[in-house]
Structures are given as C-alpha cells and as structure tokens.
Design a protein around this ligand. Structure first.
Ligand SMILES: [Fe+2]
Length: 317
C-alpha cells in the first residue's frame, strides 16, 4: 500500500517540477487533536519553535520568535486556535518513533517510485493559527508540504534570477541570514497559486521561492525537507559560491558558472565545513515575546517590543 498517489509522470518529474499529489495521511491517527496534544507534551521543549507574525504577508521582517515555557500541549493548541502563531516542531522523525517510522515509509516509497535516495530527512510538523502566514522565502533542501488539516494558499515562484540574487541564496546556504527574501508583488504574475487542502501534498524544484497564507482555520501540515545526492551537490556549490564571494571577492553565478568547476567547489565547501563552516554575520533567533497558559492565544511582547496591529486596509487586502 502506498501513501502517495503516483502517476508515471509525477514519479518522473518529482523534485524537478511543481507537483500536487493526493495522499492518505489526512485521517491518520497520528495527527488527531488528541495525538497532537500528546506529541506536543512529549516533544523536547527546547526543539519546539513558536513564532508570531504581522498582518502584511508581503513583509518578511514581521516575523518574531517567542518563548513557550510552562505551556503544555493543550495550552499550545488552545493558543494556536485563539491567537496568531506558528508552531514548528522540527525533526519530529528523530524525536518520535511513530512519526520516524512514517517518515521512513514515505522515503522508501519515494525511492521505489522515483529512484531518488533521500539524505538528511527532516520532518517538521507545523501547527498554525487561522490566517497566519509565512512570508516570501526559499529553502536550500527539497521540500514536500503535506496538508493534514485546514487550507493554506501557497504561492510558488520560479527558480530564476528574477526572484532572488546569487548573493541572497548564498547567504541562506551559509546560514548568514534566515530564509527570507525581499518580496515584490510584481512577482505574483509568474506564481503558481494553489489552495492546499487536506489530503494534498505539494512539492517543487529545489530552491523555488514560496509564501504561504492560511485560510480562516487552524492548519496542520508536515513540511518534509530532504536532500538527494544531486540536491546536496547543488547546496554545496551554493555554499562554495558564497565563500568565493565573501572571502575572495569573486562574483560566481549558480546558473552561469562553468559546471567543470563544481567538483573544486564541493571540495572547498567540505573543507570549510570540516573547519567549522562560515562564521560571519549569523543571525540567531532572539525571542521577543512569551506565552502564558492562563492567557491562551495572547502574545505577551517583551518590554519595548512593538506589537503587530491589524489595520483595516491590511485586513481588506
Ligand atoms: Fe519553506
């Protein structure tokens, strides 16, 4: 029995095109309300990330990281329902045996159908509030976005120089910055727009920029990031290009630089990583708000932090 509904065409173009699949996980007992609360309770609290965001999905600077000390699973779920937050449980496949087994099953199926072997798989569970959003960004690995509950509108953009610069993507590969990118509403004329529903999975070519806006309901999704040998090669080329630009003042281009140089770049990236990796301009997440079990959904901003406020114009948009 398979989890994903494949055709010959989708198996052939997996990881290379924007593809919507149907899957059978939306009704899995692993993601029922009670199961999610129990999972939140046993998940390592230091790995759980909680964010809130502003009201303009075009702004990537309105994304804040928070503390969730003392919040039990039920408190977090109540907070998601009542508030404006985005919970990210990273690498649940490493933290939970049942989800780990599911993730192994997914990648065994991917290998069987596509011949592609996944490396460094990271199954992230996203539990997010009605109308929450994630601004325009790109991810270095390949991604499968599985929708379990709720509907989210996904804008997916082409992987080309009109949508981000070489220096920007290298900065993400080097973890010099987070994944966010400057957004221009004019980009939308070339976007694929899809309302992702329970029982659907969306995947796209490596590094395709995207942004996501939830419908007016709680959303539960799996964001599964992974590498293939080819994707890891590409990620290391981006990493090396970043080093060549920052350390040697060169101006490499991932689209235009000669392929013949790539093996040397892989060596450069591996040596740099073996010596601890690129160290400049890191931007670690700094919390700026807290949650309180007694006040579900409320974002308690730190002193001096300006709260996000919904304006009528933004709501209308
Ligand atoms: Fe993403």
């Amino acid at each position: 029995m398979t989890l994903i509904h494949w055709t010959d065409d989708t198996a052939k173009t997996f990881g290379k095109s924007n593809l919507v699949f149907h899957h059978d996980l939306a009704d899995s007992h692993l993601f029922s309300e009670d199961a999610l609360i129990a999972l939140l309770d046993r998940y390592p609290p230091e790995s759980l990330e909680v964010f809130t965001m502003g009201f303009d999905p075009g702004r990537s600077d309105e994304w804040r990281f928070g503390r969730h000390k003392g919040m039990r699973g039920a408190d977090l779920m109540a907070g998601v329902k009542a508030g404006r937050m985005w919970l990210n449980l990273r690498k649940v496949n490493h933290a939970d045996a049942e989800v780990g087994a599911l993730c192994d099953q997914i990648f065994a199926e991917v290998r069987e159908k596509t011949g592609q072997t996944a490396l460094k798989s990271d199954l992230g569970l996203l539990i997010s509030s009605p109308n929450a959003h994630v601004a325009y960004h790109l991810d270095i690995p390949l991604v499968m976005l599985w929708q379990i509950r709720g509907i989210k509108r996904v804008h997916l953009y082409p992987v080309d120089a009109d949508f981000f610069t070489d220096a920007q993507i290298e900065g993400i590969a080097l973890r010099e910055s987070d994944e966010s990118l400057p957004y221009d509403p004019a980009f939308d004329s070339r976007a694929l727009i899809h309302d992702l529903k329970p029982g659907e999975m969306l995947t796209w070519p490596q590094n395709a920029p995207h942004r996501i806006v939830n419908g007016d309901m709680v959303n539960v999704s799996l964001s599964i990031e992974f590498m293939t040998p080819q994707a890891l090669w590409h990620a290391n080329v981006l990493y090396a290009n970043g080093l060549l630009r920052r350390w040697f003042g060169l101006n490499p281009s991932v689209a235009k630089s000669p392929k013949i140089l790539e093996p040397f770049k892989i060596v450069l990236a591996r040596i740099a990583k073996a010596f601890g990796g690129f160290k400049g301009n890191k931007s670690p997440l700094v919390p700026s708000f807290s949650l309180d079990p007694a006040r579900p959904g409320e974002i308690i901003y730190d002193d001096g932090v300006k709260p996000f406020v919904a304006t009528e114009t933004k709501r209308a948009a």
